[in-house]
Design a protein around this ligand. Sequence first.
Ligand code: G3H
Ligand code: 13P
Ligand code: ZN
Length: 342
Amino acid sequence: MPLVSMRQLLDEAAKGGYGVGAFNVNNMEQIQSIMEAARETQSPVIIQASRGARAYSQDRFLYHLMLAATELYPEIPTVLHLDHGNSPETCQSAIDMGFTSVMMDGSLMPDGKTPSSFEYNVEATRKVVEAAHAKGVTVEGEIGCLGGIEDGHGAGGDGLSHLTDPDQAVEFVKATGVDALAIAIGTSHGAYKFTSKPTGETLKMETLIAIHKRLPTTHLVMHGSSSVPKELQDIINQFGGKLKPTWGVPVEEIQLGIRNGVRKINVDTDNRLAITGAIRKVFMEKPEEFDPRSYMKPAREAMKKVVAQRMTQFGQAGHAKDYAPIPLTEMVKRYQSETVAV
Ligand code: G3H
Ligand code: 13P
Ligand code: ZN
């Protein structure tokens, strides 16, 4: 089946009361890991690419790999989503290439670092909604800023500096018409999110619940949602890595979020850890090896295992065949006639 809109997946997830993992990719092996995990667990999938990923893969390689994924896994509803678009122009280039969903992260200025004003965020996001919906493409916006910096993207600091204000979230959704809303509740991108297991002081699930109460039909998105499992940290360190002790977002907290309107959960770091651990293991245990397949195969398998586990934990497993894909042309008509509620 062709790539589908993220709006359809999230609407279905809301009906079924489950969440959908959105996994970052940069190359063929990561796409293969996700698609294999989706087939094994019978899950719909969101595959996302950051600006860095698009630059790394020269865009077209990534796009054609995604077309290969839809050919080889025709039974899996698959979304191609732009992660953290930094400007309307970046979002437009993704729409033009065939992404079926884009994130306009107007919580930061186009430099991807400086927190923006509410007015700027509304203006930039509204512009993207207009252009995207005219093509049936889904839009995710963000209000509040995450902590940390990944590949030059992020407001820095801890996750508590720019939390989402629930009233502003309501105003933002109304003013922009976004399909999904990313919120800041104390998480950060990358491996170093919390210095101990998070509590209500550091991971503000109460804020999430307050936002959901005010916006009960808005699909909420949790960024920075890797759990950074100790087992994955240990494998890296056992085979020569130097990760400092760190804590991620416990899966139970994500599940609490899913019971309170979270429909999209962004995970990148856990997969990076799994891949790195598997490669380090081969390098240490078989120093005579030099065929990239000797370490890329276990790396691909390690990522598949993490993704399949998350798909089961988020509840999307078993839902791949629940619904027929809606073509983007039909999504355009629905946006025009406002039968897609915003
Ligand atoms: O938003 C952060 C994701 O982990 C993507 O990271 O910008 O290094 O590709 P990246
Ligand atoms: P992690 O760094 O926690 O995996 O978050 C990824 C993310 O939010 C991508 O947008
Ligand atoms: Zn993110």
